[in-house]
Design a protein around this ligand. Structure first.
Ligand SMILES: NC(=O)c1ccc[n+]([C@@H]2O[C@H](COP(=O)([O-])OP(=O)(O)OC[C@H]3O[C@@H](n4cnc5c(N)ncnc54)[C@H](O)[C@@H]3O)[C@@H](O)[C@H]2O)c1
Length: 262
């Protein structure tokens, strides 16, 4: 089960999982795109219209997967929104609530409704897409960062509550990754092209290229597989070294300031 599978990292993961022999259900609000992706993957992939912030939708999507394929082994809570929320003062309550609902509550709903199926099977893997924003304060990402930070903590609790029943829970924390969330966001202050974003992402971290959806799909594949069977409660950062290279605040880069502060 992959939410947000109509685009970006979710689409790339659906393609990789099918290539590796999995049967996949994509849940997404982008109906046309979701159906297109599923159709391109043949009989091994289904699409179910799902708003991940809606409990009934999430239950329906999981029921479809279990009905179609007989069981659920992997729940990947990947759908997300973000960008353009503005500063804490500028962000509307409506925007704050929607970001928390889609980026945090939906992960909880996915866990809540998938867990009984996974436990019944004797185990499984829950993966959630968090972000480096869970660990670093980023301007204009109050709601988004709070939601992703919440996902990291929720993952830990899920991991310890269900470890003895064979369920593992981990999250992936991408850095800047070239997907539509960065260049096709209607809430963004101005239109940007994928090429422009790709160029900017090249220099956002030590590894001099943009992060790609396939980088995240490969991490998800490992977390979904038995090869990560002793890994749970973790936040796997996939960011080309961005978090390892935190820049100094401007004030600390100025020699006169540095000399007087230790
Ligand atoms: N691209 C990045 O730089 C980046 C960095 C860190 C984290 N992330 C996270 O990665 C995840 C995947 O995003 P992406 O970068 O592939 O972007 P994307 O926009 O290509 O994909 C997100 C998908 O989620 C779907 N979606 C949004 N709201 C939904 C809802 N309510 N119900 C169901 N589906 C919904 C969208 O329709 C879309 O298909 C998100 O959780 C995002 O926050 C992205």
């Amino acid at each position: 089960m992959i939410t947000g599978g109509a685009s970006g990292m979710g689409e790339s993961t659906a393609r990789l999982f099918v290539e590796e022999g999995a049967r996949v259900v994509i849940g997404d609000v982008q109906e046309e795109k979701g159906r297109e992706v599923a159709a391109s993957l043949g009989d091994a992939c289904r699409f179910v219209y799902t708003d991940v912030a809606n409990s009934e939708d999430v239950q329906g999507m999981i029921a479809d997967a279990v009905h179609a394929w007989g069981r659920l082994d992997v729940m990947y809570n990947n759908a997300g929104i973000g960008g353009g929320e503005g500063s804490i003062v500028d962000c509307s309550e409506e925007t704050f609530d929607r970001i928390i609902a889609v980026d945090l509550k939906a992960a909880w709903l996915g866990m809540k409704h998938a867990l009984p199926h996974l436990v019944r099977n004797g185990g499984g893997s829950i993966i959630t897409t968090a972000s480096v924003s869970a660990f670093m304060g980023m301007m204009g990402q109050g709601a988004y960062g709070a939601a992703k930070g919440g996902v990291v903590q929720l993952t830990r609790v899920c991991a310890i509550e269900y470890a003895s029943q064979g369920v593992r829970a981990n999250c992936i924390c991408p850095g800047g990754t070239l997907t539509p969330i960065l260049y096709a966001n209607p809430a963004a202050p101005r239109a940007v092209s994928p090429e422009e974003v790709g160029e900017r992402l090249k220099y956002a971290q030590p590894i001099p290229r943009a992060g790609l959806p396939g980088d995240i799909a490969n991490a998800a594949l490992w977390l979904a597989s038995d090869e990560s069977s002793f890994v749970t409660g973790q936040s796997i950062v996939v960011d080309g070294g961005w978090m390892a290279s935190a820049r100094q605040p401007l004030a600390q880069q100025q020699p006169s300031v540095r000399a007087t502060s230790t």
